[in-house]
Design a protein around this ligand. Structure first.
Ligand code: ADP
Ligand code: MG
Ligand code: MG
Length: 249
């Protein structure tokens, strides 16, 4: 699904990602943990092709395609989905308009026809239901005045509608209460499929009780310094990150 090979990337000419390698197979869930400022969000932004996040060396293939060579829109149409830590508000554009445009762009890229308004609404209503979000959120401006929990539910709803191949969730659990956390986890678990993969960036082991990862990686100083199974998250919770710095040194 995703093969990152010795990737280096800079933000404003400062090297942030340093020879990072990661292999995500189809159907797998990989959790990425690590200290603040390690480069976790930068990695997501580089993969999504966000302007200002410059790959400088290494390679990334997504479903066998050269990811770094694709425009951000094409990456999304090919099925890469990045859920941001801080979702943006877009007043004046309804959630529904944005979602339909995104879904249709992805469908058109796959050679499928545009959805009828009725079919789209049916899908959108079901997705709202799955994340306990009132249907009125479809008519509101994108994220406009949404609470933190509503933004996250909205994001998972978007993800459901987009049917991505690779979902990157960057601290989707930050600031969520237990109910919202479980809704997010339920959404992710409902979407688990043999041909879909997830990269879940989180600070808290708690999320991984609900979204059980196949692999846990520690990203520190721009590279992956340790990988393991879900027990690594428990070890990190108990011991913090400093012991790893000693180990790496
Ligand atoms: P993490 O998500 O692991 O906490 P980030 O990827 O957000 O870490 O940040 C890694 C480093 O990159 C930090 O030193 C941060 O200040 C820097 N960085 C990230 N994005 C930007 C940006 N847009 N402009 C300047 N520096 C940035
Ligand atoms: Mg951070
Ligand atoms: Mg971050």
């Amino acid at each position: 699904m995703l093969k990152i090979n010795e990737l280096c990337a800079s933000v404003e000419d400062k090297a942030i990602i340093r020879q990072l390698s990661l292999d995500v197979g189809p159907g797998e869930i990989h959790a990425i943990m690590g200290p603040n400022g390690a480069g976790k969000s930068t990695l997501g932004n580089v993969l999504a092709g966000r302007p200002g996040y410059e790959p400088t060396a290494g390679s990334v293939t997504f479903k066998g395609l050269d990811l770094l060579d694709m425009d951000p829109e094409i990456r999304a149409r090919e099925g890469l989905f990045l859920a941001f830590q801080y979702p943006v508000e877009i007043p004046g554009v309804s959630n529904m308009e944005l979602l339909k445009a995104a879904v249709d762009a992805r469908r058109s890229h796959a050679g499928l026809s545009e959805l009828s308004a009725i079919d789209f609404m049916k899908m959108a209503r079901e997705a709202c239901k799955a994340v306990d979000l009132d249907q009125s959120f479809l008519k509101r401006g994108v994220n406009e005045g949404f609470s933190g929990g509503e933004k996250k539910r909205n994001e998972i709803m978007q993800m459901m509608l987009m049917e991505p191949s690779l979902c990157i969730l960057d601290e989707t659990d930050s600031g969520l209460d237990i109910d919202a956390l479980q809704v997010v986890a339920r959404g992710v678990n409902a979407m688990r499929a043999a041909d879909r993969s997830f990269i879940v960036v989180t600070h808290y082991q708690r999320l991984l009780d609900y979204i059980v990862p196949d692999y846990v990686h520690v990203l520190a100083n721009g590279r992956i310094v340790k990988s393991g199974d879900k027990s690594l998250a428990l070890e990190l919770e108990a011991k913090g990150y400093s012991w790893l710095e000693d180990e790496v040194a």
